[in-house]
Design a protein around this ligand. Sequence first.
Ligand SMILES: [Zn+2]
Length: 259
Amino acid sequence: MTIICLDKGHKGKLLGQDCGAVGNGLYESDLTDIIVEGIVNHLKNNYEVDVRIAPRGTLTDRTNYANSIKADYFLSIHINSAVNTNAFGFESFIHNNASQKSLDIQNILHAEIMKYMKQYNVFDRGKKRANFAVLRNSKCSACLIENLFISNVNDAKLLKDDNFLNGLSKSISNGLVLGLGLKKKVVDKKEEIKEEIKDNTYINILNTKDSVKVKINDENVYVENYIINDHIYFSVKDFCNMFGKEYKWDGEKREISIK
Ligand SMILES: [Zn+2]
């Protein structure tokens, strides 16, 4: 399974002084926390992928971690800042000597993020290269993204908007899905229902006065049913499934045979 290592960029308020950039009442490390959480949720719920978060230690700690788990991709997530408060926009970086694969994924990731950002008139600062330590030291393909400027009033307005951040997480996730060719999770409906029965939520939904709980050999079984005039009605299909029987419906003869 593809392993993605996400880097929150900085240590964060609780872990020391390194919160990254600060501006307009915002802390970079708070924002990268929110963005990374959004990416993790989106990817884990929908795709076949193993997403890990790098420890918030030194730069070396982060890449050592990514290398130790044999990550397939390393994505470092930052918010930009500049002394010139007019600077604004989005940019992405790969290493000066990055592989073709890194370049290909940067192209896709950058395009997906900008497709989203365009709706908010965010300025595209371009796809760049740099000799950043996390890009240099990670063995896998890697990218570093700078998501708007915390020091710019208009960019900061977007960064204060939860909906914007949520959409940003999704666009980053989409870029990773396309760039790394992640497969959609196949959800086994039966398994899902069994899980729900285990924690009783499904039973509570069914346990209304117009339907009944069904047990086979003391095991709860999910089956849609109705009580009409004191008769309990199941679908034939569900009934056959419950007992591992096969059924055949002949529409012309209007006949059901169960084996
Ligand atoms: Zn940063």
